[in-house]
Design a binder for this molecule. Sequence first.
Ligand SMILES: C[S@@+](CC[C@H](N)C(=O)[O-])C[C@H]1O[C@@H](n2cnc3c(N)ncnc32)[C@H](O)[C@@H]1O
Length: 413
Amino acid sequence: MVTSFFPAVLNTPPTASKNFEIAGFPLSLETLVPHLLKESISEGEIVEGIEQLSHTFTRDRESVEEAYLTDLQVSAYSSFYFPTNFPKLHYLLDRLPLQVLQELGSAVLIDWGTGPGTFAFSWCQYWSQKGQTWNQSGPRVFAIDRASSMIKQANKFLSAFPQPIKFSTDKDIPWGPIKEASKKALLFGHSFNEMTGSQAYELIAKVDPSFIIFIEPGTKEVFKKLLPLRNKLLSDNFKCHFPCAHSVQVQNEKSCHLQGGDDWCHQIMVSSHHPDIERLSQRLRLDRRSQPLIAHFYEKRERQHEAADSLKDNIKVARLVRTFPPNKVGVEMTVCDSNQQLINLEFLAREFKGEEGRRKEKIILSLRAGDLIQYKVLKQLPNKVPGKLNSAEDPITTQHGHQSWRATFIASE
Ligand SMILES: C[S@@+](CC[C@H](N)C(=O)[O-])C[C@H]1O[C@@H](n2cnc3c(N)ncnc32)[C@H](O)[C@@H]1O
């Protein structure tokens, strides 16, 4: 049975996915500071610790072999990145097909590169909010990190906020219980970008998970590094449930359309944080309200999912890649469709008249990269750059020659 984590949080409503914001994470400095390795840390010291960390990791993260982290650095990381990364897992889980989510609830999580336990705790809170109960005793999360100081910090949080989590360093991995778990989800949380692609692949082979989760910085470098691994996973019979969009017609995944191009696929998570974390983010000049991320979710294909994706009446699904400021014609956007092709969609302004139209317009204007949309095609248009009349220099059209469609907006989920 899951006990509560940060009791105040449990009284808040579940994540507000309808308006694409994550609410209800009042993780404040006040809550965290008494449980940090450096208990009496000041705001100035947090800033100093984070600056030291970014200096260590600015270039070539993969070559940083188990960087020694001081108590100040671990405490600074935990004060700022723990609360601001925490909602990213909820963002991703809220966007999975229901059928997949139902199976995921019974899986044991292996959080690789857990740091202070960010996604280990976030996982427990997510399922607790969903009312999931775990009857068996023993850990539901095995969380591993190569930095012993991070594990020390994570254990300190654990004694304050008990959860069925077992933290270990990579010298002391409980392989026995991990191998015994019948269904496993392996998560890389900002740790894939600190290892090589082949290290990650070897780890996947060793853990043999049913689900794989990546939550990584939303950078081009991470995307380029993740694509070859994605292709390997697809050929190893994994299915990508996020960010790729699927429809009933598509049984087989194709290679990503962005392969070899200059553009990259990422999402934008909009979230609010406790005022003291917001103040810290201003002081650090690091925007945490609108965070780019690269989230991927894979499932080993052991059953047919296609029925769950089926939509009636020629409704199509696509993942939003980018929107453009509305103009007098209407709203235009680039999406990745269920054939994993980038296409441009144009929704005419006249669609947004009347009460229903204004509701749709409000939804469209609140969409962010990574959101799933449902639409119906009206007609094909000549290729052009969305949002602009002149397309000649736009790299998207010139490099990929996207098709453009006039469409009608149905919904977003
Ligand atoms: C940026 S922190 C992320 C911590 C946490 N997952 C989060 O997102 O807030 C990356 C962590 O991954 C750990 N890490 C990197 N490579 C690893 C590896 N090969 N094995 C275990 N841990 C690793 C680092 O020690 C570090 O604590």
